[in-house]
Structures are given as structure tokens and as C-alpha cells.
Design a protein around this ligand. Sequence first.
Ligand code: GLV
Ligand code: MN
Ligand code: MN
Length: 418
Amino acid sequence: MLSVPGAIDRARSARRIDHDIETLAGSDYTLSSTAIRRYAYTDVYAHTLDYFRQQFQDLGFDVFEDPVGTLVARNRPRGVEVFGLGSHCDSNRNGGKYDGTMGVVTALEVCRLNRDLKSNLPLQVISFLEEEGSGFGHMLLGSRIMSQRVTEEELRQPIRAVDDARSFWEHSQAAGYHPECWRDSIQVLQDLVGWIEMHIEQGRVLQDTGTRIGLVHAIAGCIHADVTVHGRADHAGATPMDFRLDAGLVAAECMLELEQLVRAAGNGTVGTVGEMELEPGLINVVPGLARFSLDIRGVDQDTFTGVATSIAAFAEGAARRRGMTAKCSTRQAMPATLMEKKILEAMEGAVQMTGESFTRIASGAAHDTMCVADHVPAAMIFIPCKDGISHSPLEEASAMDAALAAEVILRAIHSLLT
Ligand code: GLV
Ligand code: MN
Ligand code: MN
């Protein structure tokens, strides 16, 4: 029997959430002394999973990992239907305490409330591996593996560690996991009747409108790609301007063109060149090779994919006009994803019960929920973050807002299951 959650002591929830967040910001849990930096298969990442494992075991949950290291905790035997919640606890390389981790901590708090209030909800928490791509340069890797949005060839070869270029496969095996069983990861989703991920907003809409809760109706789709321009490296002093094949100039033209294309496309489309390498990368040598990344996103699928097609064509043309070649290759593409109406309505009803402010909002950032939504009715809930800052040690979010989100999630799950 599920019992109706009664009054909830939000201040107590906030104290527990704050304690988890501050503990996980300690030196055992980050590779950097100035930021949170943790990614798959590092010691600090393993310590973080150990922390959550212990917390869930203390609640009497069964805790295990999927074949590559996504953490799962559930309070019912496998094969029994459960409601899913969670996020990720890896970070951007120069990350803060909240992106991802606050979502797993809030899920843990929902489980604590479930115990305290004797609500008896069947729950399963997931902390996805490698959401940020900080270890292997591919976002949402754990959830893409789980939802079978990767190929074995990608895991064995092209997906390589940023630090030492060894393959994901090799690293995963060296850490004691079983990448050869990656397809079994989907079993984690099999008993889920629904899914909610809590996350900081990563924008400033909630803060600037004084709204405490964002109910996410759609997540922007995304294309990540690399453009490589081949020119010719020459002496920067001895080579007159008319005799150069400067790959850096094609990259520069492409950066400006991308801005024009996304502005013209509108519909909330955004485009960014966030990585740029020039080779040989010396002050006195004309770049013979330029490689830069493309991050193009939007909630309107045709619009943002149209920009991606146009910039790839532009890069080839711009290189050709200067006597060079350019090639664009896609790292990953995620379609724009709509959230489940029924779950949004349940969360809306739950926030209304609390009397707190809320709004419907689109997520510009990608989330593991995009992959979960392939298989399970799914939605997300946002809380404000200071000045919209994320992927930075300056991230800040309020434990009281996370406590409110935990209450909303608990009440929403209760109403969906009864
Ligand atoms: C994930 O963190 C993203 O870049 O959207
Ligand atoms: Mn995140
Ligand atoms: Mn992030």
C-alpha cells in the first residue's frame, strides 16, 4: 500500500542535501583544487559512486552498476515495476558542485523522504556515467550506451580518452567493467514506469523571473561535429601572403559564418565553436591544419540540423576558395526531445500543492533524460542557479530549492502511481 505523503520538513531536506553537496565537493571527490573535475574511471569518480552506494545501502536499497559503470539503486527486486529518478555525478572539467550531482543528491533525498514518510513508493535511482564527456569527449555516453544509441565499433575505437587517447573499451576494462556486455545495460530501464530528472537550470530565466521551479517541456537537440581544414605549414616570416595555404583563416571564416547562420535561423537555435587547434601551433609558422568543433542546438529539429548542413557546406567552399580542403565529421547527434505530458501535469499538480511559483521551460542543455525518453515516459524539473552559471566552479544553487524539488517529485510520483 502506498500512503499519501504528509507534511514535509523542507528545512531538514535542505540540510541533508547541503551536507551531501558539500561532502562531494571535498578533495577526495575532485581532481582539481579550484573546480569540480571528475569523470569516468578516475579515483575521484569511484569515490563519488562509493558515497552514493553507501547512502542508498543505508536506506536498504539494492545497489549495482551496469556493465560500464552507471550506478543503479532500487528498493524493489528486479522485475518489479519502479519509478525512475536521477541524473549524473561526473562534472565538466572546470565544473561546479551542482551540475548533475544536485540531481542525484535530490533523488537520494526523495528516497530518504520515502522512508521518513513511510510512503512505500517503488523507486530506482540512476546516476549516469560520463554525461559531460569530460573523460571521453562524448556527452551522454552512459545513457547513450544504455539506450543503445552507440555502436560497438564506436566504443572499441573512435571514443577515446581525452587524457591519453586510449579507447573507452580499454579504460572500461582496466577499471574492472565489462564493455563487451554493454548491450545488457538497457535492462536497467526495463522496469521503469516513468522517469524524472532534477537539474539546475543552467540559464537565468528562473532566477530573473523569481520562479522557483521549471517544468521542462522539451530538451533541445544537438549536433556535435569536428571540422578539419588541411592547408600547408610555412615559415610565417619568409612566406608572402599570396603564397600561403593558411588553414587558420578558413577556421576564422567558419566561426563568423556560424554566427550568421544561427542568427538567421532563429527559433532559439544556437551555435558555438568551443574547441580550436592549429598545427603546428607555433607563433612563427603558418597553420597547416586547423581543427575546430561545432556545437549546434535547438528545439526545432529542422532548423538546427539545417544550420549544421549549411556550415559543413560553407567550410568546404571556404577551403576550396583558398585552395585547401575541409571535412566535417559528426561526433554525435541528438534529436530534440519532448517531455511526457502526464508526468509534467503530475509535477504541476504537486507544485501547486506547495503554493510555490513554477513555469514551463525548454532546456537548451542536453541531458541523459533525452536517452531515457526513448524507452520510458520521462520529464525534467529545474531549479534556479545563480546568474545562470554552470560548467564553472562559480555554479551556485539553493539546497532549499532542491528540497522543494524533492517534495514535488515525491508527490508527483505518488499521484502517478495511485
Ligand atoms: C551537457 O552538459 C551539455 O553540454 O548540454
Ligand atoms: Mn548536467
Ligand atoms: Mn553539464
